[in-house]
Design a protein around this ligand. Structure first.
Ligand SMILES: [Cu+2]
Length: 181
């Protein structure tokens, strides 16, 4: 079995084969607001492949780690970073105002765009991307969020391609992303 997988892996590497896109609708149109308090929607990404990650600024580990990895990828892309998008969509719009997201993103690569919106718009995006996001009460009135940690790779037309693996070298990630520019 391992031999077969290696063999198939070899073919994929040679032909540049990538899994068939899933038109079975992950993703969809959205109208949100970015960290500069400007309207931002899926149409603003037209013509560029982009990554989408759902999270929240109070997240203790997964979000900062993922955004750090996305930042490393943006740096690796150099000037090509302007030809792709990297979107961070909050699952916690009650706390994540544009101003708070802007502060938070100051620690990461400037190509990252943070999006929030009213609860209904966020709920719709969560549903369209089939994200799991749930409020978990902590002590007092505090809470945290459980959420899906997938990074979605979308093509220039906003169609979902595949989950994007950030556990690779930035070189390998940049190569994959460039394929969709
Ligand atoms: Cu998180």
């Amino acid at each position: 079995m391992a031999g077969l997988l290696l063999f198939l892996g070899g073919i994929f590497a040679v032909t540049g084969y990538s899994p068939t896109p899933h038109p079975a609708a992950i993703g969809g149109p959205f109208r949100l607001v970015d960290q500069n308090d400007k309207p931002f929607g899926d149409q603003d990404m037209k013509g560029k492949p982009y990554l989408v990650f759902f999270g929240f600024t109070h997240c203790p580990d997964i979000c900062p780690t993922t955004l750090f990895e996305m930042s490393q990828l943006m740096r690796k892309l150099g000037p090509d970073a302007d030809r792709v998008g990297a979107l961070f969509i909050t699952v916690d719009p009650g706390r994540d105002t544009p101003a708070l997201i802007k502060d938070y993103l100051a620690s990461f690569d400037p190509h990252l765009r943070g999006l929030t919106g009213d609860q209904a718009a966020i709920d719709q995006a969560i549903k369209d991307y089939r994200v799991y996001a749930k409020k978990v009460p902590l002590q007092g009135s505090d809470y945290t969020m459980d959420h899906t940690a997938i990074v979605y790779l979308m093509d220039k037309d906003g169609q979902f391609i595949a989950p994007f693996d950030l556990q690779r070298s930035a070189d390998a990630e940049a190569t994959e992303l460039r394929r969709y520019m």
